[in-house]
Design a protein around this ligand. Structure first.
Ligand SMILES: Nc1ncnc2c1ncn2[C@@H]1O[C@H](COP(=O)(O)OP(=O)(O)OP(=O)(O)O)[C@@H](O)[C@H]1O
Length: 248
């Protein structure tokens, strides 16, 4: 059997003695979209940061397109676009200047900067200071940044946070277009309706562990309407009853 496009195996992360991620394995086919769902502090950002190579796992292995971070950091990073959940933009930089800065790091042309500005609808705001932007507009700058080098894998942490309904829809369409172009996407979200609309596969995390995963079509067959809401609720109820049993 051939190796999946992304194979993250048995990931553990411990920070200052606290286990944050425990035995997470995750596999992605090329050109697929995976949604990571779970409550606050479930470990979604930590898992995404490890796959992106910005945080090293305490143990476990991550292979993207046959490459490992520890063997060739530059090549590994070169095939990934990462959209963090938060970013401190420097003062005094316009949207265009920010994107030109990132484009320079990745050897991307000015024409591509203009393309991504247009994709996220910021052409007319490109010469405005990012520090004056709303949360949703800053998210669109970060989204544009992640697409700059047309990476094979896009890793996006809470990408729809702060987007208005129009941009939420546009975002969904843009990500579907990326998939159509053969790019793979993994994203975290609290918005289960977005995960249902966008993802092929969903992984639910709770307290740093995988508590359920499957194809969205399977969840639909199992639960009908609002399949991810229902699946999540069931998983949380199961978790609560297991905790209660363990206490007794
Ligand atoms: N650098 C760190 N030092 C200490 N604890 C950390 C650190 N980074 C993450 N954590 C802890 O790890 C847990 C998981 O955090 P993480 O940000 O991965 O969760 P999340 O699922 O993305 O949460 P949210 O949905 O609230 O963004 C949390 O309890 C968090 O406090």
């Amino acid at each position: 059997m051939s190796e999946p496009f992304v194979a993250a195996r048995n990931l553990y992360k411990t920070i200052k003695g606290q286990r944050i991620v425990e035995d997470i394995s995750l596999y992605m086919e090329r050109g697929s979209i995976v949604g990571l769902c779970g409550g606050n502090g479930a470990g979604k950002s930590t898992v995404l940061r490890m796959i992106a190579g910005v945080l090293q796992p305490t143990s476990g292995e991550i292979i993207v397109n046959g490459m490992q971070w520890k063997h060739d950091r530059k090549k590994f990073a070169g095939q990934i676009g990462y959209m963090p959940d938060d970013y401190q933009f420097p003062h005094g930089m316009t949207a265009r200047e920010m994107l030109l800065f990132w484009a320079g790091l990745r050897k991307v042309s000015e024409q591509r900067v203009n393309e991504v500005l247009a994709l996220v609808g910021l052409e007319d705001k490109k010469n405005k200071l990012v520090s004056t932007f709303s949360k949703g507009m800053r998210q669109r700058v970060l989204f544009a940044q992640s697409m700059l080098a047309e990476p094979r894998l896009l890793i996006m942490d809470e990408p729809t946070n702060g987007l208005d309904p129009y941009w939420m829809k546009e975002f969904v369409q843009l990500v579907k277009d990326l998939r159509r172009g053969g790019q793979s996407v993994i994203f975290s979200t609290h918005q289960l309706d977005i995960a249902e609309e966008l993802a092929d596969e969903v992984v639910f995390l709770n307290e740093g562990r995988n508590c359920g995963e499957g194809a969205v079509t399977e969840y639909r067959q199992l639960f009908g309407d609002y399949p991810l809401h229902r699946a999540y609720q069931q998983l949380m109820e199961l978790h609560a009853s297991q905790e209660k049993e363990a206490e007794q």
